[in-house]
Ligand binder design. Structure first.
Ligand SMILES: Nc1ncnc2c1ncn2[C@@H]1O[C@H](COP(=O)(O)OP(=O)(O)OP(=O)(O)O)[C@@H](O)[C@H]1O
Ligand SMILES: [Mg+2]
Length: 133
């Protein structure tokens, strides 16, 4: 299992989320962050303490294929020729647990399409629950 972490510009977020969803990746954490890159002539006016608002996406996926899918969704929507377009990286994840069911690791990251969810009103569930993330 892996966590893909990406920091990029807010205006790319909608397209990235839509692309992830189309590729069956629904589980994501989004944070507003500030940061700076390694060469900030444009975005930070070269001052070491100047920070720029970005969004950070965290996506835990079960295997390398889904990791590459997630990274391609980000790449395809954030890549441009300007500095400060963003950066992404990934790390190994030691374990995952779906709190509702106690399922672990890949099961905790896999589809619930055919499973009934007890004691939860239908209105509070999604029809297709996070097939691969
Ligand atoms: N090495 C890093 N570690 C952690 N966060 C980083 C790192 N590099 C960049 N970031 C984060 O990513 C954001 C975007 O970085 P940015 O796209 O400017 O990277 P860059 O390496 O400077 O590339 P570019 O030359 O295209 O500007 C930064 O504002 C910062 O939040
Ligand atoms: Mg930069």
């Amino acid at each position: 299992m892996y966590m893909v972490i990406a920091v990029f510009n807010q205006y790319d977020l909608k397209n990235v989320l839509e692309d992830l969803f189309e590729n069956n990746i629904e589980g994501v954490t989004v944070s507003d962050v500030v940061g700076k890159g390694s060469f900030g002539l444009k975005e930070a006016d070269n001052q070491p303490t100047d920070l720029v608002a970005k969004v950070k996406l965290e996506i835990v996926v079960s295997n390398e294929k889904n990791r590459e899918t997630a990274m391609e969704c980000i790449r395809a929507n954030c890549q441009d020729l300007s500095r400060g377009a963003g950066k992404m990286w990934w790390i190994d994840v030691g374990g995952v647990e779906r709190i509702r069911t106690g399922e672990k690791d890949t099961e905790a990251l896999t589809t619930q399409i055919d499973k009934k969810i007890p004691n939860v009103p239908v209105a509070f569930t999604t029809a297709i629950d996070t097939p691969c993330s």
